[in-house]
Design a protein around this ligand. Structure first.
Ligand SMILES: [Zn+2]
Length: 160
C-alpha cells in the first residue's frame, strides 16, 4: 500500500530550538540534528530536536552527523513513551539565503528513509528561509512542503 502524505506539525519550542541554533552559527558553520516526535493518524508531530554533539563534524560548508550524539536521545524517547515517540527526520542548515537540498542530502535522505521504512521529514534552514519536505520509502525525491499555519502552539506544513 502506498504511504499517504502526512501533515507535519512542529511544536514552537522544538522549531525555535533548531532555528535559533542554525541562526546563531549561520555565518560560522553548518549545524544539524534529528527530529523526534509522534506519528499519529495522518500527522507527524515533531516535539523535540537535537543539536550538534561533539561527535559531529561541522564546517562552513558541510555538516556530517554522527549517530553517537543523537541516537541515544531518540532511543530514550522511544523507551520512555512506550514506542510512540521516535526518530522522524533530520534538520540541518545551509550557508545560502534560500536553501535547497544538495545531491548529498538526497543520497543521505534516501538511505535514512529506506532504513526506517516510513515517511521521514527533512528540514533545512537558510539565511532567509527554510526548506521542508517528506521522503517516502521507494521514492527517489522528497515531496516539498509549504508552511500552512504558524501559531503559538507550533507550525504546520503540508504538501506544496
Ligand atoms: Zn544540505
Amino acid at each position: 500500500m502506498p504511504f499517504s502524505k502526512p501533515v507535519v506539525l512542529i511544536t514552537e519550542g522544538a522549531f525555535e530550538r533548531a532555528f535559533g541554533d542554525a541562526q546563531k552559527y549561520a555565518d560560522k558553520s553548518e549545524r544539524g540534528g534529528i527530529l523526534v516526535g509522534l506519528r499519529r493518524g495522518k500527522h507527524v508531530h515533531i516535539e523535540h530536536v537535537t543539536l550538534p554533539s561533539k561527535w559531529d563534524f561541522s564546517s562552513r560548508f558541510s555538516f556530517t552527523r554522527s549517530t553517537e550524539g543523537h541516537q541515544p536521545f531518540a532511543t530514550k524517547q522511544w523507551a520512555t513513551t512506550n514506542g510512540t515517540s521516535d526518530w522522524v527526520g533530520e534538520w540541518h542548515s545551509h550557508p545560502e539565503p534560500i536553501p535547497k537540498p544538495s545531491s548529498i542530502d538526497l543520497d543521505s535522505w534516501r538511505r535514512i528513509t529506506a532504513f526506517h521504512g516510513k515517511p521521514m521529514v527533512f528540514l533545512i534552514f537558510g539565511f532567509n528561509g527554510l526548506w521542508l519536505g517528506v521522503m517516502t520509502p521507494g521514492n527517489t525525491r522528497p515531496e516539498e512542503y509549504a508552511m500552512t499555519e504558524k501559531g503559538p502552539l507550533g507550525l504546520a506544513f503540508e504538501p506544496a
